[in-house]
Design a protein around this ligand. Structure first.
Ligand code: IPE
Ligand code: IPE
Ligand code: MG
Length: 247
């Protein structure tokens, strides 16, 4: 229904997803939270396929935040196991998907770090779509990490303090090979960023839906894109200026 309304010449180049609501989706069915995470992983794959078919070049999925380590150990284990299982699947090579892990790779179980690095290497020449997964990620971790790197370059005399600009910061971020998200979608009803891409979403269009992540289907994605295309992105200018430019 919504697919026909999409203007294919104005697709977002990068859509970021906060996949929220797995636990509540499962509990509403009288199931364990883990059941929701397993269903959520299937939704991730379906969303990736749908975005690839549409021709969206970049997608980012928030899969595990640095704060999520504070969940019950059994739930954390389920999330780690699921991530590892999905890193070993053929979906990436079969669908020409370039995989990128953004997150704190240093403080991650060895098997996950190794599998992530291997998959990034194996898929580095894939072209259909770039899929970033934010795992053991938080914006505040990323910004602290980038600050340390920049400070180190200054200390070593490779960078002049006065040359530090927004571009310098961009070029050190985990997301440096991708454009900033045009559209950020959060499922599950909460209207917050939960420490996700705070720097990169400065001018993203935000879309919140009550739909729990396991119920988020192709139609929901089309609907979000149609909503996005109905907005006027002004980047500080007036509406009249932007209308004039787009004539
Ligand atoms: C999102 O679903 C998945 C992760 C945070 C890993 P939740 O597990 O947060 O689901 P709710 O918000 O409790 O329903
Ligand atoms: C955000 O969801 C993190 C991920 C989707 C991975 P949470 O469910 O952890 O966020 P809060 O705690 O409700 O803000
Ligand atoms: Mg949640």
């Amino acid at each position: 229904m919504y697919k026909k309304k999409i203007d294919m010449s104005r697709l977002p180049k990068h859509i970021a997803f906060i996949m929220d609501g797995n636990g509540r989706w499962a509990q509403a069915r009288g199931q364990q939270r883990s059941y929701g995470h397993i269903a959520g992983a299937d939704t991730l794959e379906a969303t990736l396929r749908c975005a690839t078919k549409l021709g969206i070049p970049y997608v980012t999925f928030y899969a595990f935040s640095t704060e999520n380590w504070n969940r019950p150990q059994s739930e954390v284990n389920t999330l780690l196991d699921l991530m590892l299982k999905h890193l070993e699947e053929n979906i990436f090579m079969n669908n020409d998907v370039k995989f990128l892990l953004i997150g704190d790779l240093e403080n991650m179980p060895d098997n996950l770090r190794n599998a992530s690095i291997q998959l990034m290497d194996k898929t580095k020449n894939n072209k259909a779509i770039t899929m970033a997964v934010a795992f053991n990620y938080s914006s505040r971790w990323e910004l602290a990490y980038v600050t340390r790197q920049i400070a180190d370059e200054v200390k070593r005399g490779e960078l002049n303090i006065n040359d530090i600009s927004a571009e310098t910061i961009d070029s050190h971020m985990a997301t440096r090979t991708m454009p900033n998200p045009d559209l950020l979608i959060r499922t599950g009803g909460e209207q917050r960023l939960s420490n996700f891409l705070l720097w990169q979403t400065a001018y993203s269009e935000l879309y919140f839906t009550d739909t729990y992540w396991p119920d988020f289907d192709d139609e929901c994605l089309y609907k979000a894109i149609v909503d996005y295309q109905g907005r006027q992105r002004r980047f500080g200018k007036t509406g009249e200026q932007v209308s004039e430019e787009n004539k």
